[in-house]
Design a binder for this molecule. Structure first.
Ligand code: F6R
Length: 607
């Protein structure tokens, strides 16, 4: 939520700031702004709307002068999206500028105090208090002042600060919100994530909570709040530059859908050796593993939907009760959880505030946490007990596709790994499942090769008012994801229902022409879901089925998209592809902003 960049060097800062913000726009896109020290004063340019408005305003950076600057792309929390609420925020006299990602929880109290001292606020944001506090406490040393201000702040923040008097430094600090430092040759950078600086450098430093970075042109010093120097290892980022570019595709979402065979392969292959699943990342002993009486899964949004799939898989294969919780609910319901419960936390970004806090709650209660995370070095990855990375590469489109698929892949690996250790999977079944798992990438590829039929169905239904998704068992778990994907990017109202539950109320919404997408992959329940399909057809629904090619008869019940047959456990990875493509094509036909749907942001770092 919100993206921050900063540059200090000998080149003009404007072009990097705008380019970096473009890479971070997925984090928030209701307004954007930059502030540069032009040698005599701080000059701010900011504008409501997407980054392109700011680009026009600054003639693509040509109007920006200065070799030190900070920039921000916003997802509004305090104060509506507007020019005035956009960051950077200046102090009263304009001598200090701040960009901020996070939330200052005690901002009102601080604002009241400063107002009582005669300071007049320009914006409705929590961030402006930081800029005003810096000026209020400033006695000639910016680092000392920032440290003093940090003592006053409650909440989460990643901050970039520049001042008129110090044209040779940027101060950066973080607590709970992400921030990295990029190390260049006689130039240095700050950014909310590495995608913003990949074209400039692969050498980074990761700031920890309450560490302060002092960036100069020729070097970076990290200190703690006692001003003690902190020595850090330089990390080299492996991500390919092209991974954060559209590479000829019209949208990141489509590119990321097409990248799924590779992403799934990259996640699975290194972890299968000689026909066995090897998860070196899990440090639990076999005894510890056997001592768990329950599995608890915590996540938000699509990652939560992966958790729902995992519940069906783990309960069936491991014979252990699984509870899946929305992280935002778990935190506040006094959960029954202790050291006999294994917690699995799923997050693409590794920085979702609710997921992170829910994880800490589980840890406080004694639970061992294994996280499934895409962003290396992110907070959840670092703070969980064990982390299994998904190797999806950077995911830029707000609607997740390849991260979802790689999270599912890790769930399969875990099911096999635990099943083997617990003795709940017999060797023949294990061998067969590993074989099928290895074939997943090519099967996904095959579905992607036949996308025209999905495009055709999207053209038939893109004007629909409502779309329903139904399924049973693991197909129900998948229908949740299909429905979310469609509604978040096409703005069509959609609901996912356990097919057997429809007739307990929701079926009253079905009328002539209502599209119902029925997932018909779960072998044992085909007969049951077919009955539910007939029930909605009788009430006028137009049904699209997703079924395995081993069941050609399904075509007699509705327009059908066939996917290759695999074992039940792995079918969500295949069936989700047509659902993602359907959402994508519908949204494209409606002319929606697919990669940046309204009101959303990629990393949800606020509660
Ligand atoms: C939907 C989507 C979101 C995320 C959710 C959790 O397409 O991407 O629902 O799944 O915000 O985000 P992470 O996985 O970063 O914790």
């Amino acid at each position: 939520m919100c993206g921050i960049v900063g540059y200090i060097g000998y080149e003009q800062a404007g072009s990097f700031l705008l380019d970096g913000l473009e890479k971070l726009e997925y984090r928030g896109y209701d307004s954007a702004g930059v502030c540069l020290n032009d040698g005599s004063e701080l000059v701010v340019k900011k504008a409501k709307g997407k980054l392109k408005v700011l680009k026009e305003l600054t003639q693509n950076g040509k109007l920006l002068a200065g070799t030190v600057g900070i920039g921000h792309t916003r997802w509004a929390t305090h104060g509506e999206p507007s020019d005035v609420n956009a960051h950077p925020h200046l102090s009263k006299s304009g001598r200090f500028a701040v960009v901020h990602n996070g939330i200052i929880e005690n901002y009102q109290q601080l604002k009241d105090y400063l107002t009582s001292k005669g300071i007049v606020f320009r914006s409705m944001t929590d961030t402006e208090v930081i800029a005003q506090l810096i000026e209020y406490y400033y006695k000639g040393d910016l680092v000392d002042t920032v440290i003093k201000v940090l003592e006053k702040l409650e909440g989460s923040y990643a901050l970039g600060v520049i001042s008129q008097e110090n044209p040779d430094e940027i101060i950066a600090v973080r607590k709970e919100s992400p921030l990295i430092i990029g190390l260049g040759d006689k130039e240095n950078y700050i950014a909310s994530d590495v995608t913003a600086i990949l074209t400039k450098t692969r050498n980074i430093l990761r700031l920890e909570n309450n560490e302060i970075a002092i960036l100069k042109r020729d070097g970076v010093k990290i200190i703690d709040t006692d001003k003690e120097e902190v020595r850090k290892e330089i990390e080299t980022v492996e991500w390919d530059v092209s991974a954060a570019e559209k590479g000829g595709y019209e949208h990141f979402m489509f590119k990321e859908i097409m990248e799924q065979p590779k992403a799934v392969k990259d996640t699975i292959s290194p972890r299968i050796r000689n026909g066995r699943v090897v998860l070196d990342e899990i440090k639990l002993t076999d005894e510890q593993l056997k001592s768990f009486t329950k599995v608890n899964i915590l996540a938000c949004g699509s990652a939560y939907h992966v958790g729902v799939v995992a519940k069906y898989i783990f309960e069936k294969m491991l014979r252990i009760p699984v509870e899946v919780d929305l992280a935002s609910e778990f935190r506040y319901r006094d959960p029954i959880i202790n050291d006999k419960v294994l917690t699995i936390v799923i997050s693409q970004s590794g920085e979702t505030a609710d997921t992170k806090e829910a994880m800490k709650e589980a840890q406080r209660r004694g639970s061992h946490v294994i996280s499934i995370v895409n962003v290396v070095g992110s907070a959840i990855a670092v703070e969980s007990n064990d982390v299994i990375y998904t190797w999806a590469g950077p995911e830029i489109a707000v609607a997740t596709t390849k991260a979802y698929s790689t999270q599912l892949a890790v769930i399969y690996l875990m099911a096999l790994y635990f099943g083997d250790k617990l003795g709940t999977i017999v060797p023949d079944e294990y061998k067969a499942l590993v074989g099928e798992l290895e074939k997943l990438p090519e099967r996904i590829e095959k579905i992607l090769e036949h996308k025209e039929k999905i495009q055709y169905l999207a053209s038939k239904y893109f004007n629909s008012k409502d779309v329903f998704f139904i399924g049973r068992n693991i197909d129900y778990a998948l229908s949740l994801e299909g429905s979310l994907k469609l509604k978040e990017i096409s703005y069509i109202h959609s609901e996912a229902y356990a097919a057997g539950e429809l007739k307990h109320g929701t079926i009253s919404l079905i009328e002539k022409g209502t599209p119902v997408i029925a997932l018909v992959t779960h072998e044992e329940l085909i007969g049951k879901i077919v009955s539910n399909i007939e029930e909605v057809k009788t009430r006028g629904a137009e049904v699209i089925c997703i079924a395995c090619d081993s069941h050609p008869e399904i075509e007699s019940h509705g327009q059908t998209i066939f996917i290759p047959k695999s074992c039940d456990m792995l079918l969500p990875s295949l069936a989700v592809i047509p659902l993602q493509l359907f959402a994508y094509y519908v949204s494209s036909l409606k002319g929606c902003d697919i990669d940046k749907p309204r009101n959303l942001a990629k990393s949800v770092t606020v509660e």
